[in-house]
Each structure stands twice: as structure tokens, then as C-alpha cells.
Design a protein around this ligand. Sequence first.
Ligand SMILES: *Cc1c(COP(=O)(O)O)cnc(C)c1O
Length: 388
Amino acid sequence: MPEYKTLQTRLIHSGSPRPRVHGAVVTPIFQSANYEQADPESYAAVTYMRLNNTPNHQVLARKIAAIEGTEAATVAASGMAAITAALLSILGQGDHLLVQQTVYGGTRTFLTQDAPRFGITHTDIDPLDADSWEAALVPGTKAIYVEGVSNPLLGVGDLPKIVAFAQDHGLITLIDNTFLSPVLFRPAQIGIDIILHSATKYLNGHSDIVAGVIAGNAAHIEAAVHQLNHLGGSLDSHACFLLERGMKTLSLRVGYQAASAQRVAEALTRHPAIDQVIYPGLPEHPAHKLAVELFDGFGAMVSFRAKDGDVASRFVEAVQIPVHAASLGGVESLVVQPSRSTHLGMPPAERRAAGITDDLVRVSVGIEDTDELIADLLRALDSATSTS
Ligand SMILES: *Cc1c(COP(=O)(O)O)cnc(C)c1O
């Protein structure tokens, strides 16, 4: 395998089979569930679609490890398949996890509703308040789980301190880095052990598959793959093909989207219908300095608080370019009012306590023309206020 130096080049070339399969420039779809056994003595030589080890899976695993800078990686059927397999591969009966207060809803529900049935408990921590972490430790604490930029309030934790704290206490660190993607942040570089993605979002980028990623050292990935094989969260070959294709443009897309998001955030700040714009690229963001130090950009998710919930509701109906839909990270911009969509299932009191009030709007900035997008957002805000 040739060595490629930069992320941009690795996204295109790393992991592709050499020699090429029949000379094919693009990895073909291997639509075969099972494979002739090469070495009858070794289970590792058994190739089977559920084991995520067909040629399509292997190309992705190598490409992802190359861009994350980790020894190994695997793909999974969804972000949640990656997250649950990774957690269950390191936690068992009696184990305890420290978790950033606001994490993706599916992750939170797994930790509150499912993990306790396996004897796994957790304590929420404020990822910016290092002095408070020690008190959350219990004898069974084994790992610490954070998100690079959290959903939907775009919080950023003090990641270098979290890594140092984990090393002091022998904890495994896990990060869900979906919102930033490896283009803007490669957590292995600061010593985070296990990196997770919903590849449904930026890695694929076209809102047409669900997929997940786990990256880390060889031992962690071997354990996670073992768990994933039992849970059955394999990625279909056709989805592998689409993910590989999507990843080739990751750096172009995310670079453009993040630059666009910065301008969107600045433009929204000036609109009278908005009380607060939340974006790590704005100096008033509580972790702006950390984000500048750690990341190569601030991502393409922008949240804001409108004057009230009705303005927020009218805004998401009034936009013409973004689609009013959940999920994120695709080429098309999306808007959502989290309290009435992604976080609707959360008990209202808990939701409000988490800061997910009705006035909150989350924008996933796509690759449309920035000026045209901003004009549409501002027009929608005008019309959302004029009718009130
Ligand atoms: C979407 C998302 C997930 C879940 O991913 P799926 O691919 O939908 O299973 C996990 N974490 C974050 C931050 C997400 O945005």
C-alpha cells in the first residue's frame, strides 16, 4: 500500500486495493455474503458480510484508520451500532461511565434505558468544569464519553484536560466526533482512545445511507468488532460503496460548509428576531478559545434562540432553501426545532433543564451558495416576526 501524506489525498486513495480489482478505478460492490475460506485454521480468515470484513468493508476500514491516524477502524450499520458496540466492548456488569451532560439522544437513551440492564451505570459531567470530575468517580469507573461538538447546543468540552484526567485515573476515553468530522478534528492526535462517528452525517454527506464508524488502537477495535459481530450491526455492501464515494469529497464539502456556517452565524447574530446565536466560531461561545486551539474549523452546525417558540416554529416553516428535517451533515441545508422534533421524545421538564427550549432552532449548513442561503434565512426570519 502506498503511503499518502495528507488527509485530502488519503480520502481519495487510502485503503483502495492494490493491485486494483480487474483494474477498476473505483472499488466495485462485492455483492456476496460469504467467501471461499482461504485458511481453514483461522476464524479471522472467514469472510462474511455480517463480520464487516468483505473487500468493501476493508477498503473503508483502511481509509478511515488512515484519515483518523489510528491503528485500526471498522464500519458499522449505523452510528448507534458503532456507539453501542464500542460501549459494550469495554463496559460490563458493575462498570461505570462518566458522560458529557448533553449527548446525542440515542446515546443518552441507551445509557439510561438499556445499559443499566447490563449492570452499567453512568454519571453526567460538565465537560468544561475539570474540578467537578473527580467527585463523579466511583470504584467501577472505567471510561469517559464526550462529543467533539455536542448536539444541539454545540458545546465543546475541555478535551485535553479530559484526556489528562483519564490518564491519571486509568480511564478509556471515547468521543463521538460526528459534528466535526476528521477534516476539522482528529481526536487520536490528542490521545483520545476510541473515536466514533455517525457516518450517516458528514462522512457520507449525501443523506442517503445510515452508517457508523469506530476507530482506535488495534486491541480496542478488535474488541469492538467482536462485539459488533455478535450484535449483528453490519454495513451492507451497497452502503459501503456509497460511503466510500461520499468520503472522497469530505474535505471539500466540510471545508466549504464550515466557512459558510461561520458567515451564516455572523449574519444571524445581527437579526432582531434572534436572541442568541450558538456557534463555536463566534468569540462569545463559551469554549471558543478551546475550539480555536483544538479544531481546524468550527463545523457547519449553527443553533440559535429566536425571540420565542412561535417565531422559531414560523421560521422553520418559512425557509425555502433548507429542508425542514432532522439529521444533518448532508449537502443540502436543513433546519429543525429540536424541542418539536429531534428531542420531542424527551420529558418536557428534562428537555427544558437541558436548555432545549421551544425558541431553539438548529441549522445544518449545506453546500448551497452562501449568500443565497443567508438571504433566505434572513427573509424567513423577517416573515416569522412580521406575522407575530
Ligand atoms: C446521528 C447521530 C448519531 C446516531 O447516528 P445514526 O447513524 O443515526 O445511528 C450519533 N451521534 C451523533 C452526534 C449524531 O448526530
